[in-house]
Design a protein around this ligand. Structure first.
Ligand code: G3P
Length: 218
């Protein structure tokens, strides 16, 4: 399973890159707004910086437009910034049309805000590179986000769709493990959830003993 980091924060992206485990980055308008970038030039520069840090990995950049023409215009400009850019489009009728448009042009897409297997089916039929089911937001409404990931994976495998299932809205470390078990191709996660994979009390305890014993020899 590939690891993307779900943030626009350059320090966190660098930190994950330095760990040597980073395959890509996903952003959205909320995450971009959070880091305080303002204006199209600043937004474009920020995406270029992210691409430089990830060194070849895919970087999802979301359009702000909600109409087809606007999505095509914005997505075309975003894709021209760097070949690592993946145009992120909402799973609406206009978004699906735009997925098909970019697929035909050979531009990668990430179809986002996916909450049902039917939406994921349309994204795959239109030729999306990635589909993003939102795990945490489904859990928030007492639904089962990981079950949706598993259902989409099963349907794509059964019918031979090549769209990659990118588990999004990952909130904690256990979500990552459950998405791994569900067969997700990618999980896009906050840095904290990735770092949580390292935590084990027996590692801490074992290390303490090794440090104490190593001191006896020096
Ligand atoms: O990848 C989608 C993500 O950014 C949404 O996460 O926590 O706002 O549901 P969240």
């Amino acid at each position: 399973m590939k690891f993307f980091i779900d943030t626009a924060d350059l320090e966190q992206i660098q930190e994950a890159q330095d760990m040597g485990i980073l395959d890509g980055v996903t952003t959205n308008p909320s995450l971009m707004a959070k880091v305080g970038v303002k204006g199209q030039d600043a937004i474009n520069e920020h995406y270029k910086k992210i691409c430089d840090i990830v060194k070849g990995g895919d970087v999802s950049a979301e359009v702000f437009a909600t109409d087809f023409e606007g999505m095509v215009k914005e997505g075309t400009a975003l894709a021209a910034l760097n070949k690592q850019i993946v145009v992120k489009l909402p799973c609406t009728k206009a978004g699906i049309k735009a997925v098909k448009y970019f697929h035909d042009k050979g531009i990668k897409t990430n179809c986002t805000l996916v909450f049902s297997v039917g939406q994921a089916l349309l994204a795959a039929k239109a030729g999306a590179t990635y589909v993003s089911p939102f795990v945490g937001r489904l859990d928030d409404i007492s639904s089962d986000g990981v079950a949706l990931v598993a259902h989409i994976v099963e349907v794509y495998r059964e019918y031979g769709y090549t769209t990659q299932v990118l588990a999004a809205s990952i909130r904690h470390t256990q979500h990552i493990i459950e998405c791994l078990d569900a067969g997700a191709d990618v999980a896009t996660c906050p840095l904290k959830a990735i770092e949580g994979l390292l935590n084990h009390p027996l590692t801490d305890k074992g290390l303490e003993t090794f440090i104490a014993d190593s001191k006896k020899m020096i």
